[in-house]
Write a protein that binds this ligand. Structure first.
Ligand SMILES: Cc1cc2nc3c(=O)[nH]c(=O)nc-3n(C[C@H](O)[C@H](O)[C@H](O)COP(=O)(O)OP(=O)(O)OC[C@H]3O[C@@H](n4cnc5c(N)ncnc54)[C@H](O)[C@@H]3O)c2cc1C
Length: 447
């Protein structure tokens, strides 16, 4: 059976959660480390084939970087991933269709960009921004054809003659680099590889978010699974026959283990392997980047921004400060704005108190919408970089890494230890669908 056909068949099985053993082979004991989407997908697939599967998860909740907050009644908000990026032919759309999960479409066409003074760009300013975008695109295209890799920052600054640019021109270029690259890839422009930062494939179509949050997918995939929450994995002892997963609450023996630890956790060395990981997997862990993207949801007593727009952009004086906002008004009818900080700026503000972050966000919103806007009724914000079980938002291709390193990260150790998770997907890293596909792949390897 082709890989594609096989993945379609097991993805189809995930629509139901009843156990339908397809193989006559004896059941195996399998431990899955991590109850994010990669782990839950692998575990559910294997359980449906009649295997004995236990998921061990450090947190007191399921989902990992899928994390829906229900603190605001009627307004579930996603603190981790929000969208199915490219909903057409995306395997997550097929899964969502099968379980009848309602989705809402946000569109980049509904975007207003505000200048530094807080006014929507006029035609001349929009044209100027487009011209700088074209120069940045040309600079990156030339850098991708160069023999030696370099950072996005180095490539763009060299090509544009950075030292000769005026302050307002630099602000435009910084805005472009932050809003189109740092916010998407979560790595800083000084770290992103000019050759490989955009090496991921994309699905076509609009971006869709779940009306009830990504929790609908998590709940469905976890149905019927044996998940041990608050079990922190410390060590994996493996041989070609068996494997033991040691946690702070005891050890689990298995025929196979699937490791779905985030790249940031693997980098930290907080989980050790005996025998140690092979050199090229260690090199991949060291060289690939783990980026930061933080969210700040603000709930207001009333809507004071354009209700027909999904995206509100701001060109700040400080690089990367609150450049991107999403309004949840047109799609969901909520008086809620979601502001983002990515890469270095995202990391830096994690050190601030909640009040400082909200005050900083409000300063930008006052520039865009005037001093008379109301204070938020409430806020919810994230600190993904400081999260010990994520240590960042998602992986990116940094200078010094190559796409092949993701294959090295995905390689099994003998027949017993398999690897999944967004960072192991060469074509679809940094996404929910990539993590999902990696879970199907790891299950397929065992089956
Ligand atoms: C703010 C933010 C916004 C994003 N937006 C989008 C988006 O809109 N669309 C999109 O496609 N993608 C988005 N992503 C990326 C997406 O969320 C991830 O790619 C995906 O959820 C990763 O799934 P995973 O299963 O690989 O990892 P995880 O979900 O991180 O699962 C790994 C699990 O391992 C657990 N774990 C860690 N350490 C241990 C340990 N020592 N012992 C036991 N368990 C441990 C973790 O707690 C976690 O549950 C976003 C991510 C973030 C943070």
């Amino acid at each position: 059976m082709s890989r594609r056909k096989f993945l379609q068949q097991i993805a189809g099985l995930l629509a139901s959660t009843s156990v339908v053993p397809l193989s006559a082979a004896p059941a195996k004991r399998i431990v899955v480390v991590g109850a994010g989407i990669a782990g839950l997908t692998a575990a559910q697939t294997l359980r449906q084939q009649g295997h004995s599967v236990t998921v061990v998860e450090a947190r007191d909740r399921l989902g990992g970087r899928l994390w829906t907050s229900n603190r605001w009644q009627q307004m579930p908000v996603d603190l981790g991933a929000t969208w199915i990026h490219g909903a057409k032919d995306n395997p997550l759309s097929a899964l969502a269709d099968r379980i009848g999960a309602k989705r809402l479409i946000t569109r980049y066409a509904e975007t207003t960009t505000y200048n530094t003074a807080g006014k929507p760009l006029n035609n001349a300013e929009s044209r100027q921004l487009e011209q700088w975008q074209a120069r940045v695109d040309n600079a990156l295209e030339a850098a991708q054809n160069a023999d030696r890799d370099q950072s996005v920052k180095a490539a763009v600054e060299k090509a544009l003659g950075w030292n000769k640019l005026k302050a307002n021109e630099r602000q435009l270029v910084q805005f472009i680099l932050n809003s189109t690259l740092e916010q998407e890839y979560a790595g800083g422009i000084h770290e992103l590889s000019a050759h490989w930062h955009d090496a991921a494939a994309a699905f076509k179509g609009d971006d869709a978010l779940f009306a009830e949050g990504y929790q609908v997918i998590v709940g469905h995939l976890a149905n019927g699974l044996d998940v041990r929450l608050q079990h922190i994995v410390q060590k994996v002892v493996w041989s070609d026959k068996q494997v033991a997963v040691q946690t702070d609450r005891g050890a689990f023996q298995a025929d196979h283990v699937i490791i779905t630890l985030p790249l940031g956790v693997l980098k930290s060395g907080q989980v050790t392997f005996s025998p140690p990981l092979p050199a090229r997997k260690r090199q991949a862990i060291a060289a690939l980047g783990m980026g930061t993207l933080n969210k700040c949801y603000l709930q207001f007593p009333k809507v004071f921004w354009p209700q027909d727009q999904d995206w509100l952009e701001y060109i700040p004086t400080e690089a990367g400060a609150w450049t991107e906002w999403v309004s949840l008004t047109r799609v969901a009818g909520w008086p809620v704005l979601l502001g983002f900080n990515a890469a270095e700026r995202g990391k830096r503000i994690e050190q601030w108190t909640d009040q400082q972050i909200v005050a900083d966000a409000m300063q930008t919103l006052r520039k865009m919408f005037g001093n008379n806007i109301p204070e938020p009724v409430d806020y919810q914000l994230t600190r993904w970089n400081a999260d010990p079980y994520a240590r960042g938002a998602y992986s990116f291709n940094s200078v010094g890494s190559t796409p092949a390193m993701r294959d090295h990260l995905a390689e099994s150790l003998g027949k017993t230890v398999l690897f999944a998770g967004e960072a192991t997907e060469r074509k679809h890293f940094s996404s929910v669908h990539g993590a999902y596909l990696s879970g199907l792949r790891a299950a397929q390897q065992i089956l």
